[in-house]
Design a protein around this ligand. Structure first.
Ligand SMILES: [Ca+2]
Ligand SMILES: [Ca+2]
Ligand SMILES: [Ca+2]
Length: 237
């Protein structure tokens, strides 16, 4: 029995040593006149649960930059567009009087799936730790503007796992989606922001943190980058 216990302990230590945040990645795809950006947290292991993300766009005013953080915290305009049930004139307290006019939409995940139009979420902007549909599983920090409406996310805002009994474990590829940003494909602005992630190795309660920034390039800028790459190749050949 003793030897079995020892083997288990050794395995746990080895796993925890490799459960590291390795950075943010962004994937984009086009749907209609929108470009949809998915922001993923990447890890070197799946033996962990993601607890929260925070310090959105926070400037680094002291100490060294960690990961690929940027000192100013954020640059450019996010210009997010939504496709959810909180767009337009909203009667928040349902008393028959409109409280918010021309609202751009909400950052709450799943707000496009209350109706039969579950596909709305494909072209919506939202914050998440647990995907969308079914239980939302995500709650906002007090530093998030509330209601969480808008075309941008407040500086220093964050969101967390509201259902810790259902751990948010990275996929087999070691990643977990935390944010979707939809933009009009005609948008020409780049956006970059710092974001910090909190997680814990499975079976432990010690908080670990990962730092970095993610980039949402304008579709036009992506095309220019491709052009520059072609020119560079020609010069070398
Ligand atoms: Ca009202
Ligand atoms: Ca939304
Ligand atoms: Ca959860």
């Amino acid at each position: 029995m003793k030897s079995v216990t020892l083997i288990v302990a050794t395995t746990l230590v080895a796993s925890s040593a490799h459960a590291a945040f390795t950075g943010w990645s962004v994937e984009s795809s086009g749907i209609g006149n929108r470009t949809i950006y998915s922001v993923y947290a990447n890890f070197s292991s799946t033996n962990l649960r993601v607890v929260n993300v925070f310090n959105f766009g926070r400037a680094v005013t002291a100490g060294p930059l960690q990961g690929n953080q940027i000192a100013q915290g954020r640059v450019g305009s996010m210009n997010a567009v939504h496709n959810d049930l909180f767009i337009g004139d909203i009667d928040l307290d349902e008393d028959g009087t409109i409280d918010v006019f021309n609202n751009p939409g909400t950052w709450a995940a799943g707000a496009g799936t209350w109706t039969t139009a579950a596909t709305d979420s494909l072209t919506d902007s939202y914050c998440t730790l647990q995907g969308i549909g079914g239980a939302w599983g995500t709650a906002f920090d007090p530093s998030m503007s509330f209601p969480p409406f808008g075309t941008d996310i407040a500086t220093n805002a964050g969101w967390y796992d509201a259902t810790p009994s259902v751990p948010n474990i990275p996929s087999a590829a070691g990643r977990l989606k935390v944010l979707q940003v939809a933009r009009l494909s005609s948008d020409l602005s780049d956006f970059r922001a710092n974001l910090t992630i909190g997680y814990a190795v499975t079976g432990t309660s010690t908080a670990l943190f990962g730092y970095g920034s993610f980039a949402i390039p304008a579709p036009g800028a992506l095309a220019l980058l491709g052009f520059a790459g072609i020119v560079g190749t020609r010069r070398r050949s």
